[in-house]
Design a protein around this ligand. Structure first.
Ligand code: SAM
Length: 261
């Protein structure tokens, strides 16, 4: 396209994604704030509120990187915990709560682990960090109450494999939620958004992280990602029911959800 997009083969793609996140790991969170003008925080809050976390839950956050989604889930559970259950039952549920953060990149996980210890999250063993590939998870069938993937599925090599793995590890009744940069349909807003993504973001990447190429690659990957409707149909094909999506900021991001029944 006019934006210099070139088709990459699968191996190249996997390597490029690895390089991108190794290169951005240390300043990933501040770049997120800058590029989304802080909005990614609200989007993640929305994702977690849709999940309805509960005490004692087993949850898997894939492409969990620096822990942003996992920390929110734990905060949410903590709020419920304070309001609700008491006594020995509460202690049992507390001990059972597990939020697994899975990411393919150890650099991202290390940043997450460090942030967790600074914030005092997971000292009770509720947070588990696991290096792994979303396309072939090491977790057992029917083992999770919830599955989230935020800004992660766009970068994988085979989206279908990620979806079928999500379906496999969820318990019947388990919820799949995906937050991803998506497609803007509103005419003038779309032009402004294109300008912002293809001109401003790579420029900021260069200025702030000294890395124009990585940020340009991230922007191109947004354009290659399936539309909201197409992605919803892929989630259905993986076996999920009650599949729906919600656009935020006119489709800049979308939250897709599905239920394993
Ligand atoms: N979920 C975090 C957030 O919202 O802030 C991090 C999102 S970051 C844009 C994408 C993450 O996906 C990176 O940490 C990267 O290492 C990870 N990733 C890319 N491909 C993956 C794969 N095949 N399996 C697991 N994680 C992957």
């Amino acid at each position: 396209t006019s934006f210099g997009y070139k088709r990459v083969n699968e191996e190249e793609k996997a390597r490029m994604v690895g390089d991108v996140f190794t290169s951005v790991a240390s300043n990933y969170d501040s770049m997120n704030d800058l590029m989304s003008v802080g909005l990614h925080r609200l989007w993640k809050d929305r994702l977690v509120s849709k999940l309805n976390p509960f005490l004692g839950m087993k949850h898997l956050d894939v492409a969990g990187g620096t822990g942003d989604v996992a920390f929110r889930i734990l905060e949410n559970i903590h709020r419920i915990k304070v309001r609700g259950v008491e006594g020995a039952f509460k202690e049992t549920l507390e001990a059972e709560t597990r939020i697994y953060v899975c990411d393919i990149n150890p650099n991202m996980l290390n940043v997450g682990k460090q942030r967790a210890s600074e914030k005092g999250f997971g000292e009770d063993g509720s947070l588990v960090w696991a290096e792994g590939n979303a396309e072939s998870l090491s977790f057992e069938n029917d083992s999770m109450d919830g599955y989230t993937i935020a800004f992660g599925i766009r970068n994988v090599t085979h989206i279908e494999k990620v979806l079928s793995e999500a379906y496999r590890v969820l318990k019947p009744g388990g919820r799949f939620l995906c937050l991803e940069l998506s497609h803007v349909g509103i005419p003038i807003f779309k032009d402004l958004y294109d300008y912002y993504s293809f001109s401003v973001i790579p420029y900021m990447g260069e200025l702030v992280a000294g890395d124009r190429k990585s940020y340009q690659y991230l922007v191109e990957s947004i354009r290659r990602f399936p539309t909201q409707e197409k992605f919803a149909s892929m989630i259905v094909d993986a076996g999920f029911q009650k599949v729906e999506f919600e656009n935020l900021v006119g489709g800049v991001v979308a939250i897709h959800s599905g239920l394993k029944i």
